[in-house]
Design a protein around this ligand. Sequence first.
Ligand code: AMX
Length: 435
Amino acid sequence: QLTLKERLAELIPAEIEKVKAIRAEHGKKAFGPVTVDQLYGGMRGLPALIWDGSVLDPEEGIRFRGKSISECKELLPTAPGGSEPLPEGLFWLLLTGEIPSQEQVTELSRDWAARAEIPDFVKEIIDRCPPTLHPMSQFSLAVTALNHDSAFAKAYQEGVSKKEYWGSTFEDCMDLIAKLPNIAGRIFRNVFGDGKLPVIDPSKDYSANLAALLGFGDNEAFVELLRLYVTIHSDHEGGNVSAHTGKLVGSALSDPFLAFSASLNGLAGPLHGLANQEVLLWLRKMQDKIGENATDEAVKEYVWSTLKSGQVVPGYGHAVLRKTDPRYTAQREFALKHLPDNPLFKLVGQIYNIVPGILLEAGKAKNPWPNVDAHSGVLLTHYGMHQMQFYTVLFGVSRAFGVASQLIWDRALGAPLERPKSYSSEAIQKMFKDR
Ligand code: AMX
């Protein structure tokens, strides 16, 4: 059985030829006009990036290398006795487009466990953070500091040839993913616990170790939740803030640690990954105001009051999706199986029946349906993880899988420095003066 790196080494030459052929045949073809509105409007719909791991369809949602979430759940290896896909398998799929064997996935778990230890000075950086510093800021600091030992940065300094970039990038990406549980666990225990951490168990899978580091290792249902969680949050094509930021920073040949910490800073924004924290805060505030088991009328009034005070309804809407996010649905299915009677889960279901109608009536949001963040906090809090400020860190652990996969391919395919053209408003006025 080949290792992931060996399989990649086999795939890369053919992919280089494929890209050459695509460019030779289609390189000068246009996608269509670019409008001035797209420049002012956050580049919605602007075709601008190559991203191989996943593609997002507005109606259907995400597909990882062509596979829907349901297909991934069916095809990817699971843990013994478990039924959720192992993120190890998803990473293999993102990188190669292939479904790995159970043995290959177990080998990845072992490899990541062996790379999991973080340097002492990184531990110290985390330990010195005041507990009032948001966990996402601590996370980003620690990931930035991992660049101290970057294999890519070292190889580059030593004058490695462009053709060899991907090998050390691969090693950095494996190290990055492997070290995230120890970083996340340390932040969690410092901010919310006594700072003491168990050690990684090399016989366990990635999610089981992550759960143990967070203090939930004995709860098999929580471990299963993390397997699903890390799988479905991993990648959402290339244009979202965290993915695109990682690719952009990586295009300057900043190493994967620098590139991914930039991703994390984008993920920390409330319109992106921080929304999972915001959803739970909003739900709790709603419960404080209108009580548990509130009527539909009371919930409607609360939603309207959120909109009227100029705030967004967190967990609803999306820049690309135009239907319910299948990542929301996957989490709902998990909840129906494991926590059907949880009151907060019931509230989430009640809100699902109410918010889309209100957003449609309000008439602004292009997509009134829930996204991934509308559901994740409820699942975590059910198992006793009530520390909402930590939720986006878990999103970040997962997002590393998608960003890392593309960074490796970008180096393998020799992706150039990103440098789109910007315009001033004055330049646009001049350009279209007589048109
Ligand atoms: N509540 C209230 N208003 C909303 C809304 C929501 N959930 N979603 C969109 N709108 C508003 C926008 O703020 C915008 O108002 P404006 O014209 O006054 O600026 C208008 O509707 C049009 O926006 P859009 O084209 O439908 O959305 P977008 O592509 O600009 O933004 C997103 C997408 C996700 C930022 C937006 O839907 C939003 O703010 N949602 C709530 C926050 C959230 O859940 N974010 C997480 C997204 C998933 C993720 O990245 N993790």
